[in-house]
Design a protein around this ligand. Structure first.
Ligand code: SAM
Length: 283
C-alpha cells in the first residue's frame, strides 16, 4: 500500500509541477557527485579496468529530468556508457533533450529492464525516498556486476537554518496524508534506510555529509515559494496548495533577513551521500 502511495506521489508531483520542476529545482553539487562516483569506483582510472565486464558504467535510477545524470556525464570519461531509468516518461523526455547520449528506460526500480550483472554502479539521486523497498533493492543487486556499488545522493536544504526550518514546518502542516517525514528531511528521518536491513543484499551503508561548494541565492520570495512547492510531500488539492504557498509567502515576507536583502534568500544546502557494495546472493 505504501509503495503505491509513493509511486503516485512521483506521478502526481510531475503533473502538478510539470512546467516548473526542471526550471526551479537546483542541480546537484558537482564536488559531491564526484565524491560519490569515486566511492563507487567509476572515475576515469577505475573505468579502464573492464573486469568483470559491464554494459553500463552507471545507471541513474529515478533519474527524472536528468539533473544528476548531466553532472555524472560531465564528470565521467567521454566513452563511459550511462543509462537513466524513471517510471515517468515525460521526465525522461526532458532528460533526453538535456543530456543526449544516455540510454533511457521508462520503468520503476522494482523492475529494471536490464540483464543480470550488467552495471558497474547504480546511482539514486533525490529519488531513494520514493524507491525505498526491498523489491527495488533486489533488482539493483541483480543488475550490478559482482563487487558493483550502489550510491545514494540527497541534496538537502539545511534545516539548521531557522528560515529553512520554518518553511519545512509549513510543508509538514500541508503534506499529503500518510506522507513520511523523510519526504521533507531525509537527514532528520532516516527510516528510508530500513529496507537495507530487510535482506542481506548490500554491505552496510557508508555515509558522508558535506555542504555545497557554491550555495544558491534565490532572487525573490516567489522563487523560494516556487522551489518548495515542487516538493512531492505537498498535498495535491489546488486549494490546499494555494493555502500552503500563501503561508510560505507570508512567512518569508515577514522575515527580517529576507527584508534586509531586498527579498533575496540564500538556501543553504548539504549533500548527504551513502554507498554500499553488492553482496552476492541467490535472487
Ligand atoms: C525528486 S525526483 C529526482 C530526479 C533526479 N534524480 C534529480 O536528481 O533531480 C524523484 C524521481 O524519482 C522517480 N521515482 C519515483 N518512484 C520511483 C520508482 N519506484 N523507481 C524509480 N524511480 C522512481 C520519480 O519519477 C522522479 O523522477
Amino acid at each position: 500500500m505504501e509503495k503505491v502511495i509513493h509511486k503516485d506521489a512521483a506521478r502526481e508531483m510531475w503533473k502538478t509541477t510539470n512546467g516548473t520542476y526542471e526550471k526551479v529545482r537546483p542541480s546537484h553539487d558537482r564536488a559531491a557527485v564526484q565524491y560519490l562516483l569515486r566511492q563507487l569506483g567509476v572515475l576515469d582510472n577505475d573505468l579502464c579496468n573492464q573486469s568483470p565486464p559491464f554494459t553500463y558504467a552507471v545507471l541513474d535510477v529515478g533519474a527524472g529530468t536528468g539533473k544528476c545524470t548531466s553532472v555524472i556525464k560531465d564528470i565521467l570519461r567521454e566513452d563511459a556508457r550511462i543509462a537513466a531509468l524513471d517510471p515517468v516518461a515525460g521526465m525522461l523526455e526532458q532528460l533526453k533533450a538535456v543530456v543526449p547520449g544516455v540510454d533511457t528506460f521508462v520503468s520503476p526500480c522494482e523492475s529494471i529492464p536490464l540483464p543480470d550483472n550488467s552495471v558497474k554502479a547504480v546511482v539514486s539521486s533525490q529519488s531513494f525516498h520514493f524507491i525505498a523497498n526491498v523489491t527495488a533493492l533486489r533488482e539493483i543487486n541483480r543488475i550490478l556486476v559482482p563487487g558493483g556499488k550502489f550510491g545514494i545522493l540527497f541534496s538537502v536544504d539545511d534545516e539548521a537554518s531557522p528560515l529553512v526550518h520554518d518553511v519545512f514546518e509549513v510543508m509538514r502542516k500541508y503534506k499529503y496524508p500518510g506522507c513520511p517525514e523523510f519526504f521533507i528531511n531525509t537527514l532528520q528521518d532516516t527510516s528510508w534506510q530500513k529496507c537495507f536491513g530487510e535482506a542481506p543484499l548490500f554491505t552496510p551503508l557508508q555515509e558522508h555529509v558535506m555542504p555545497w561548494e557554491k550555495q544558491d541565492t534565490l532572487p525573490d520570495v516567489e522563487s523560494v515559494v516556487q522551489l518548495f512547492m515542487t516538493f512531492s510531500a505537498t498535498a495535491r488539492e489546488p486549494e490546499v496548495r494555494e493555502e500552503c504557498a500563501e503561508s510560505m509567502r507570508r512567512l518569508l515576507a515577514a522575515n527580517q533577513t529576507v527584508k534586509q536583502n531586498g527579498g533575496q534568500l540564500e538556501v543553504p544546502r548539504l549533500s548527504a551521500l551513502y554507498w554500499c557494495t553488492k553482496n552476492t546472493v541467490d535472487n
